[in-house]
Design a protein around this ligand. Structure first.
Ligand SMILES: [Zn+2]
Length: 253
């Protein structure tokens, strides 16, 4: 099999003395792992094209079942400015961790690929002071694309008005519906109307327009807290949560 596709490096693992296993998000095959022979031996363009976040046109050769070998890799955009800024690198790594944790390998997803590429382009063009809010909104959009965005408006079971959000379930529940064992021992987080409104805007508008949103600082802090709590549950107890979300349709906000 010979495959030629655009790919973004999500992460790499050293293999032996000088080889690398590269995890890509490719346009044609989704997330795949590929083997690079000796890219660490020389400081070549081939080697530097395997830096995390690098966007390249790659050629892969190998059998469908085994890990393909990278035979060619031409950089389209290196995104080195993101890698060289610690704050940007940590935040984009978090997005990639979410992506890797919640996306099965080998399934093409053009919308997700475009989202990742647009995200990297936008991060590279933003001023530092705009970025804090933007990263948070990107997490929300990524979770939406993956089908795991929390619901914040109304009880996830009956739709009634409530401000009690359950991070482990990714949804608010009203007093009537919040029965054990569904909610466990964890108390709900009280959310505000301001957060619910801002979150609705986040979901409704495309990412590039969201740069213009100027939310209050306490709304951003509140959303950050909620998303982190939700992510903690999602990445550790993903199966339980996704089962709940599928059952209740709570991911359709
Ligand atoms: Zn309810």
């Amino acid at each position: 099999m010979l495959l030629r596709t655009e790919g973004i490096v999500l992460k790499t693992h050293k293999y032996g003395e000088a080889d690398l296993i590269v995890t890509y998000f490719t346009l044609q095959k989704g997330i795949i792992k590929a083997f690079a022979k000796s890219p660490r031996k020389t400081k070549s363009r081939f080697g530097s094209s395997m830096e995390p976040l690098t966007y390249s046109m790659i050629s892969l050769w190998g059998k469908e079942q085994s890990m393909p070998k990278i035979t060619q890799s031409d950089i389209i955009s290196s995104f080195h400015n993101i890698r060289e800024n610690l704050h940007d690198f940590i935040n984009s790594s978090k997005l990639i961790e979410i992506l890797l944790s919640l996306t099965p390998e080998g399934i093409p997803n053009k919308r997700l690929f475009s989202f990742l590429l647009n995200t990297l382009n936008l991060i590279a063009s933003l001023e530092q002071k705009q970025k804090e809010t933007f990263y948070l909104i990107l997490q929300v959009h990524l979770l939406t694309l993956l089908g795991y965005a929390p619901r914040l408006k109304g009880c996830g079971k009956c739709g009634a008005k409530t401000l009690d959000f359950y991070p482990s379930l990714g949804t608010p529940l009203c007093g009537k519906c919040a029965v054990r064992p569904l909610v466990g021992k964890e108390p709900p987080v009280r959310i505000t109307e301001g957060l619910i409104n801002f979150y609705s805007h986040c979901l409704a508008w495309p990412v590039y327009i969201l740069r213009r949103l100027k939310p209050r600082q306490d709304t951003i802090a509140e959303l950050s807290f909620i998303i982190d709590k939700h992510l903690n549950h999602l990445l550790q107890k993903r199966l339980l949560t996704s089962e709940f979300l599928v059952r209740k349709g709570a991911n359709h906000v």
